[in-house]
Design a protein around this ligand. Structure first.
Ligand code: SF4
Ligand code: SF4
Ligand code: SF4
Length: 298
C-alpha cells in the first residue's frame, strides 16, 4: 500500500513559513498540549469531525446526516447534537451535508496525491526562491512519512523547511529528517521546566537538548522562534532566560511571534475546552516590552 500521511491542511501561497512563496503542509498529531494551542485541530493523531453549528440548516437537507452515522453520534434536540466522545471521524456524514456545517478535521493523503498538489506550484517556488514547509501539529510525529516526502521533494529540487516543537527522538530525526532539510524553525516556549510541564504538558529538557545539538551539528540554519503568549511566555523571567540560553550557544537571531487569538473559533467546532481565554491581539506596547525583555533592555 502506498505511504499515507494524516494531515489537516495544505496552505498554498504562504509567505510566512520560510523564504519565497511556499506551500505549507500541516501534519496531525503533537506530543505537546499547549494551553494556548493555535492549531487545536492538529493535536490528535486521528481524523476528527468539525461541526459549525451556525452553518447547520436542516431546512435544506432534512437532517440527511443523521442516518449516515451508523454508530448514532448524530441526533436532534432543538438543534443537531453531536456525540464527540464516540465519533470516530469516519467521514460518512460529511458528503451529505450541503452547508459545510459538518467537515473533516484531518484526513489521510497518499504520497503521490500530496506530491501532485505540491508540484502544481513548483513554478512559483522556483521564481520566488520558495519551497515547501512541513508544519503541524508536529511533523515529527509522522517521521517515516516525512522521510519519504522530504526525499521526494529533494529529488524535485524543491527547498524544504520544517516547523517543530522540538520534542522528538534526536537519532530518528538525524537519520530520517535532517539530511533532507534546508531550514529548521525550532520553537522554544518556556525556559522553566515546571512551567513547561504545567503549560505544555511536557518537560522542556528534551526540547532544549535537541535544540543545542542541532545548533552544534546541523549543516543548515536553525532559527529559534518564541511564541509570545501574554502572561505565560512573555514574562521577563522567561524571555531573558531564553535569551541567555541562546547567547550561551552564540545564537544571535531569534524570531518572537506575537500572539494571535484566531484559534478560539476552532475550539467550539471541535468541542474542546477553552484553557486560555485571551481573545485580543497583543498591543504595540506589549510587543515592544517583549522585545525589550528579550534583548535585556527592560
Ligand atoms: S506544539 Fe504547537 S501544535 Fe503542539 S500543542 Fe503546542 S501550539 Fe499546539
Ligand atoms: S464522522 Fe462518522 S462517526 Fe462521526 S458523526 Fe460523522 S458519521 Fe458519525
Ligand atoms: S449538519 Fe449538515 S446535513 Fe446535518 S442537519 Fe445540519 S446542514 Fe443538514
Amino acid at each position: 500500500m502506498e505511504p499515507q500521511a494524516l494531515i489537516f491542511d495544505i496552505k498554498r501561497d504562504c509567505s510566512e513559513d520560510g523564504p519565497g512563496i511556499r506551500s505549507t503542509v500541516f501534519f496531525k498529531g503533537c506530543p505537546l498540549s499547549c494551553t494556548w494551542c493555535q492549531n487545536p485541530e492538529g493535536n490528535k493523531k486521528r481524523p476528527e469531525l468539525s461541526f459549525k453549528a451556525e452553518a447547520c440548516n436542516p431546512a435544506v437537507c432534512d437532517f440527511a446526516c443523521i442516518s449516515q452515522c451508523e454508530i448514532g453520534c448524530l441526533s436532534f434536540a432543538n438543534q443537531l447534537q453531536v456525540d464527540f466522545d464516540h465519533c470516530t471521524g469516519c467521514g460518512c456524514c460529511f458528503d451529505v451535508c450541503p452547508t459545510g456545517a459538518l467537515a473533516p478535521s484531518g484526513y489521510y493523503i497518499s504520497l503521490s496525491e500530496l506530491l501532485y498538489r505540491i508540484e502544481i506550484d513548483a513554478p512559483f517556488y522556483q521564481s520566488s526562491g520558495g519551497g515547501v514547509t512541513l508544519s503541524g501539529g508536529e511533523v515529527t510525529s509522522q517521521m517515516p512519512f516525512a522521510n519519504i516526502f522530504l526525499k521526494a521533494l529533494k529529488e524535485l529540487e524543491i527547498h524544504t523547511a520544517i516547523e517543530t516543537c522540538g520534542f522528538f527522538n534526536y537519532h530518528h530525526f538525524q537519520d530520517l529528517i535532517l539530511p533532507y532539510l534546508d531550514l529548521i524553525y525550532f520553537d522554544l516556549k518556556l525556559i522553566n521546566e515546571q512551567e513547561s510541564i504545567h503549560f505544555t504538558g511536557r518537560s522542556n529538557q528534551l526540547i532544549f537538548e535537541n535544540f543545542t545539538r542541532l545548533v552544534k551539528e546541523a549543516a543548515v540554519p536553525v532559527v529559534p522562534r518564541i511564541p509570545l503568549i501574554p502572561g505565560i511566555t512573555d514574562t521577563k523571567a522567561n524571555l531573558s532566560g531564553i535569551s541567555k540560553f541562546l547567547k550561551s550557544l552564540s545564537v544571535s537571531d531569534a524570531t518572537l511571534l506575537p500572539y494571535n487569538p484566531l484559534w478560539h473559533d476552532k475550539l467550539k467546532c471541535l468541542n474542546l475546552p477553552e484553557r486560555y481565554t485571551r481573545k485580543t491581539v497583543m498591543t504595540q506596547e506589549e510587543k515592544s516590552t517583549s522585545f525589550d525583555r528579550f534583548s535585556g533592555t527592560e
